[in-house]
Design a protein around this ligand. Structure first.
Ligand code: ADP
Length: 455
């Protein structure tokens, strides 16, 4: 069943239950009032008759019957019977009908003084009349023709009203459910038109206020991220092949040069040295690519545990200095951490060390004094590690791209590197719910700051 029909059905069921409940209530309340009113009339009738019979000497039974039958207020199928204490019928308003009465009913009237009941379709009232030591029982019954025909009319009116109301409710339910779900159908159509090839397409965000608009906005966000991921993937492949092609082409031209004419021993040596340096570059690039691929693959599944960031900083320093002893790394605390946990973050030590290694290596590599100044600071929320250098700096234009894979600023082209390190750093920091920012001025220096939420 479609959502539209389900909503319409639920809506109709609710309204139908309310309508039916109200109709039944109205019908029963009206019927109760009708009955009470009719019993009241029967009581009056019975009382009047017995009073005439007992108290007015001038009226005898014959005259009373004439009066009973000819009063304007006479009811349909009306019958008034009066019994004495020994259950003898002493008056009957009708004489051409067989009279049935129940002795138990007479006893019940004597006990309860007033009984309301039925005799077939007729309403019947029993009254005890006590005067001058005489106990008379009056039974008055009649058919409430007028009241019942009013009830019949009410039944018809309610029945048709209910039917009409239900039809209108179902119609309106389907119409309004369709109206409210129309934006979803529209989004559905738009979504089915989106494929991997046209990820640029966006959904109509409507009024940007209601739930469906928010769904479209969120979906557009997802599309945006997907598009970026696809774009990065495409760039990665083209950049990787480009980076691999350059040293391979250099290798090839070196070999061609060597084969062109017989070489002397020193010339042979020179060619071999060039080949070795190109091969080294190729190996280093392949290692970086492998590392990038492995990191991206396993980054989501690495185990996290409490890690002391200052320990990681010192570990990275030792590791870098043992590989590149010419570098200098100066570590300093900007403030004394207030508590044990201020430098403690939930993370992966290996990955965080990789971030520090990259940042320290870049700071030393891109500055003539090969020195990185590291400042550790903490506050109630985060632990910050700022890596500062007095190096070549990064222009505002380049700063927007340095975290993309393979991007290298023009002023960095004379330095070794492939433009992979910072993109890995950004992803690792992101995984730790931290931020990685950069401030830099060309030819003055750069500061890369990692902020990680501490425990
Ligand atoms: P790589 O250093 O191997 O080129 P990275 O991803 O580490 O790759 O850095 C990307 C680019 O960011 C570098 O090519 C360089 O242009 C710029 N960069 C990074 N760190 C610094 C720095 N400390 N000083 C100047 N430029 C930097």
């Amino acid at each position: 069943m479609t959502i539209r029909n389900r909503i319409a059905l639920q809506f109709s069921l609710i309204v139908a239950s309310i309508l039916i409940a109200f109709s039944v209530l109205i019908y029963f309340v009206s019927d109760t009032y009708r009955r009470e009113e009719f019993y009241e009339r029967l009581k009056n009738k019975g009382r009047t008759t017995v009073r005439f019979l007992v108290e007015v000497n001038e009226v005898d039974q014959k005259l009373l019957k004439i009066i009973d039958r000819n009063t304007l207020t006479a009811l349909f199928n009306e019958k008034v019977l009066v019994f004495d204490a020994r259950n003898r019928l002493i008056y009957s308003s009708v004489d051409d009908q067989v009279i049935h009465y129940n002795v138990h009913l007479l006893d019940e009237v004597r006990q309860q003084k007033e009984v309301e009941t039925y005799s077939g379709d007729n309403e019947l009232i029993g009254l005890l009349y006590q005067q001058n030591g005489r106990d008379l029982v009056v039974l008055a019954s009649a058919y409430d023709q007028f009241g019942r025909s009013k009830m019949e009319n009410l039944r018809l009116t309610l029945g048709w009203g209910l039917l009409g109301g239900l039809s209108i409710t179902i119609g309106l339910g389907i119409f309004f459910a369709g109206q409210s779900l129309r934006p979803i159908s529209r989004i559905n159509e738009q979504v089915s038109a989106i494929t991997a090839r046209n990820l640029r397409q966006r959904l109509d965000e409507g009024n940007r206020q209601d739930e469906i608009a928010r769904l479209a906005i969120n979906f557009n966000d997802v599309l945006q991220r997907l598009e970026q991921a696809f774009e990065q993937q495409r760039n990665f492949v083209s950049h990787a092949s480009h980076e691999l092609r350059t040293p391979l082409a250099a290798l090839k031209s070196e070999i061609q040069l060597g084969l062109r004419r017989p070489l002397t021993v020193p010339e042979h040596e020179e060619v071999l040295v060039n080949l070795l340096s190109d091969t080294d570059r190729l190996i280093s690039l392949t290692n970086s690519l492998l590392f990038l691929a492995r990191t991206l693959e396993s980054i989501q599944s690495v185990p996290f545990q409490p890690v002391r960031t200052d320990d990681v900083v010192f570990l990275a320093k030792d590791e870098l200095l043992s590989a590149k002893p010419a570098y200098r790394i100066e570590i300093d605390y900007e403030n004394i951490p207030q508590g044990e946990t201020e430098t403690l973050v939930n993370g992966n030590e290996g990955l965080l060390k990789q971030v520090m290694l990259n940042l320290f290596d870049n700071a030393c590599k891109y500055s003539p004094d090969h020195t990185a100044q590291v400042r550790i600071s903490t506050d109630s929320q985060v632990c910050r590690i700022a890596v500062h250098d007095h190096g070549i700096g990064i222009s505002a234009e380049d700063r927007q791209h340095i975290f993309e894979s393979f991007y290298r600023a023009t002023n960095a082209m004379n330095y070794d590197g492939f433009g992979i390190g910072l993109s890995i750093c950004a992803r690792i920091v992101d995984l730790h719910q931290g931020t990685l920012s950069v401030e830099s001025q060309p030819n003055i220096g750069s500061t890369f700051t990692v902020s990680l939420p501490h425990i």
